[in-house]
Design a protein. Structure first.
Length: 573
């Protein structure tokens, strides 16, 4: 029985907390809050909700993940990975459906943590993670083409291929001013860090270097668009205020009306949100551990993510998880305790309360540029290309997950990708289990522990005795293979009087292995052949005992060493 271990890092770090730690955490938190602002707005709009919902998510979820999380430096909030899922749920079930799905995902995440599944989730195959991450990145990029170039379109199709066909048909309607703002934003964000590689800038503008390129792009492009409207009469560049009504009022807590039919229909997307949130948060925490030399608590982190996703939708937010980019920004600016994450949430709250109305002047093309950079950084194209050099099975899983994410949706991609990975894993495990036939004698030089009894002379196999050795786990994949090999050998050889099956290298056996072994024993007995098991370890022997093998074969025919098994075979002959 597993015991619940919930140990938030905040409480352990506060024991030796001092003024110096607070100073560094305060600075890091302020910078991360500034970095998170444009991303929260962009992720909210791209997900199909209002910009303030993105900031509310960053405030509520970011605070709770820092307070209750299992990582010292994790920064939580809305991320690009959720954009496609959220948009799809809203299109099908509305915002209330998204709220219910997020609440359900929060419950699932807490269950993952309580059941100690944190370490298991980290073992999801790397090709699946790269496949759906790259697929999400391409999908995000695709959704931003309209705003990036200011295309005039009545509606944007939801299907990936239809979307690009519609873009090509609408490309003559491109707005040059919007395109200039969008492309200019991409250029500013990409070139901003490189600007400080020149020595004249490094020494005089070190503080500016800490500001994110996305914020600089938003400030510059917003001012530029305002000047264009004021002095040149350019009104074709759409802003957030043209599409949304901005509110700086904190929403009250609201719990949606739950019905069993709605809950059943939202189980699949809720599980997708939970799995994706778990993967991304634990991946972020693991990367952070390598940088700061710490070790996060996976299960505590999952419980914190669950609590955050329970609270965020109640206050009008969207799904949240650990964000790698913001977490690394926190680390690079000196953040070393969860206090930095709390400060980051407080900074966003102050901006929301006092500066939120200014967001209405931000150009949509600029936000599209921000998301284009996000999608590029998220694509992991180098990792994608490196996996292409790996075994074909990994390449298949990568492409299946990638194409399903792009053409269909992330829910299907994760489900099918996991199934493919599991099937390939089972095949590889089955291939590691080998069955060897020992004909004349057993060479002690090739043995390990089975010669603890007796001397190290060659052991001759008596006439009328067959010895088979299973190397590897005896589970459902290998069990069928062993049965096939045994069946083929039975037709090639004369019936022996005793059949010894060595199991010294079998670490475990499952129900299929027991079933096949039972069939072999019963078939052998029907042919007048006695089966003797050799080298059975304690765990496997306990499983066989429960299955009744000691009764079926006789306890004297289940031996701990090959010496004893051969001696027993001689007695039977």
């Amino acid at each position: 029985m597993t015991t619940l271990t919930f140990k938030p890092k905040l409480f352990s770090t506060l024991r030796n907390y001092d003024r110096k730690s607070f100073t560094t955490d305060l600075l890091a938190g302020i910078i991360v809050g500034i970095v998170a602002l444009p991303l929260a707005i962009a992720f909210g709009i791209a997900s199909g909700v209002t910009p303030e919902k993105g900031i509310i998510t960053a405030i509520v979820a970011g605070l709770l993940i820092s307070v209750f999380g299992g990582s010292k430096v994790q920064i939580g909030g809305p991320t690009g990975a959720f954009i496609i899922i959220i948009y799809g749920i809203i299109q099908q079930y509305g915002f209330e459906g998204l709220t219910i799905a997020t609440l359900m995902a929060g419950v699932f995440l807490i269950m993952f943590g309580v059941l100690h599944l944190g370490t298991i989730i980290k073992y999801i195959p790397y090709p699946i993670v790269v496949g759906f991450t790259s697929g999400i990145a391409l999908t995000i990029f695709t959704t931003q083409i309209k705003d990036l170039f200011g295309l005039t379109m009545a509606s944007v199709p939801s299907d990936f291929i239809e979307k690009w066909i519609a873009y090509v048909g609408s490309f003559p309607t491109i707005d040059p001013w919007s395109a200039a703002v969008g492309v200019g934003s991409v250029a500013v964000i990409a070139l901003w860090p490189k600007l400080f590689n020149f020595s004249p800038f490094t020494s005089h503008f070190s503080l500016l270097r800490k500001l994110p390129g996305s914020l600089i792009a938003i400030i510059l492009m917003t001012i530029a668009v305002l000047l264009l409207k004021q002095y040149m009469g350019v009104s074709s560049v759409e802003t957030i205020g043209d599409r949304f009504s901005i509110s700086s009022q904190l929403p009250g807590a609201q719990v949606p009306v739950l019905s069993w039919d709605v809950i059943k229909s939202l189980v699949s997307p809720a599980i997708t949100i939970a799995i994706l949130g778990a993967i991304e948060s634990l991946l972020s925490a693991t990367v952070a551990d390598g940088v700061i030399g710490d070790r996060h608590d996976s299960n505590t982190e999952l419980i914190a993510q669950g609590v955050a996703n329970l609270a965020s939708p109640i206050f009008g937010g969207i799904p949240a998880t650990g964000a790698i980019a913001r977490t690394m920004t926190n680390i690079n600016n000196g953040g070393r305790t969860p206090v930095a994450g709390i400060v980051h949430a407080a900074v966003l709250l102050l901006i929301f309360l006092f500066l939120m109305p200014l967001a209405q002047y931000i150009p949509m093309a600029c936000l599209a540029g921000v998301l284009v950079i996000v999608s590029y950084n998220m694509s992991g194209w180098r990792s994608f290309m490196s996996i292409m050099k790996n075994p074909k099975s990994d390449v298949i899983v990568l492409w299946v997950t990638f194409l399903l994410t792009v053409i269909f949706d992330l829910t299907i991609a994760i489900e099918v990708g996991l199934i493919c990975a599991c099937l390939l894993f089972m095949r590889r495990m089955a291939e590691t289990t080998d069955v060897k036939v020992i004909s004349d004698e057993i060479n002690p030089e090739e043995e390990e522990s089975d010669f603890q009894l007796g001397n190290l002379e060659h052991l001759t196999i008596p006439e009328g005795v067959e010895v088979y050795e299973i190397n590897g786990p005896y589970f459902f994949g290998a069990g069928n293979r062993f049965e096939e090999i045994m069946g083929a050998l039975r037709h090639q050889r004369q019936h022996p009087k005793v059949r010894i099956i060595r199991m010294r290298k079998v670490p475990f056996v499952d129900s299929t292995g027991i079933h096949n072994l039972t069939n072999l024993c019963l078939m052998s007995q029907g042919e007048g052949i006695q089966v003797v098991l050799s080298g059975v370890n304690e765990n496997v022997q306990a499983v066989l005992h429960k299955a009744g093998f000691d009764t079926m074969l006789g306890e004297e025919n289940i031996c701990s060493h090959i010496n004893l098994a051969l001696a027993r075979a001689k007695e039977l002959i």
